[in-house]
Write a protein that binds this ligand. Structure first.
Ligand code: ADP
Length: 228
């Protein structure tokens, strides 16, 4: 089973690398074949080449994150973290894309709360969830970060008013490269690895990630933290 999994992973990675590479090569050749003289077309093609190079970069970043999380030497370093700081810094990276898209970002927290976690890793996981929430929410929508407290745990809920995920796909979205809609994910610059990274990070902490969704209405991902 491991061997089959590895083979299919390599096949998936190769396929994912090939798509942007084919596009880069194609547009470079078109430019070389004469499109360079047409300034408007050339500018557009160079833009496409650059977007695809970004996509390759993102894919490699995600693959490196995953491989680090899966390596045997991998250890998490859990320390006392301030939940507000963790959420603020996770939200910082999606602020600009949300604004460009006209998606409202909301978060409010009244009191201070300390949790136990590896801040860099949890920030990566929360950023991935926020990035998805913005990506899969149409213009004019809303992404909200909420806090639910239990005696020993704090749950961070990331809710969006986006396209939602069909019930039949909910079990599979945490698998590497699984996407509900490949075309849409690619168009949004997705790699299909974000949620696999989230699951690894959360499980390494011994915590949980839950998802609830309704097609056409929105999605909520909840991540648990241990309170201290
Ligand atoms: P991707 O890079 O494609 O976004 P992820 O692993 O982050 O990959 O997510 C896997 C799939 O789960 C996505 O392709 C998308 O179909 C679905 N998905 C994840 N988050 C959301 C969300 N907030 N709303 C709707 N669909 C989502």
């Amino acid at each position: 089973r491991l061997l089959t999994m590895r083979q299919s992973f390599v096949a998936n990675v190769s396929h994912e690398l090939r798509t942007p590479l084919t596009s880069i090569k194609g547009y470079a050749e078109t430019l070389a074949d004469g499109a360079l003289d047409d300034r408007t077309a050339a500018t557009r093609f160079i833009g496409i080449i650059s977007t695809n190079a970004d996509r390759l970069n993102q894919l490699l970043d995600d693959l490196l994150d995953l491989s680090r999380l899966e390596s045997e030497q991998f250890r998490i370093e859990q320390r006392e973290c301030d939940l507000r700081r963790l959420i603020d810094s996770s939200m910082a990276t999606v602020r600009a894309p949300a604004e460009r898209k006209g998606v409202a970002l909301k978060f409010s927290m009244e009191d201070e709360h300390s949790v136990l976690c590896d801040a860099a890793l949890m920030e990566n996981a929360l950023t991935n969830l926020l990035d998805n929430a913005v990506k899969y929410t149409p213009e004019g929508g809303r992404v909200e970060v909420g806090l639910r407290l239990e005696e020993e745990r704090a749950w961070i809920d990331i809710s969006d008013t986006g396209i939602g995920i069909p019930a039949a796909d909910l079990d599979r979205i945490f698998e590497r490269f699984y996407r509900v809609d490949k075309g849409r994910s690619r168009a949004m610059g997705g790699t299909g690895l974000g949620l696999a990274i989230v699951r690894h990070v959360v499980e390494a902490h011994g915590e949980q990630v839950l998802v609830q969704s309704e097609v056409g209405r929105g999605t909520t991902f909840g991540v648990s933290f241990t309170r201290i």
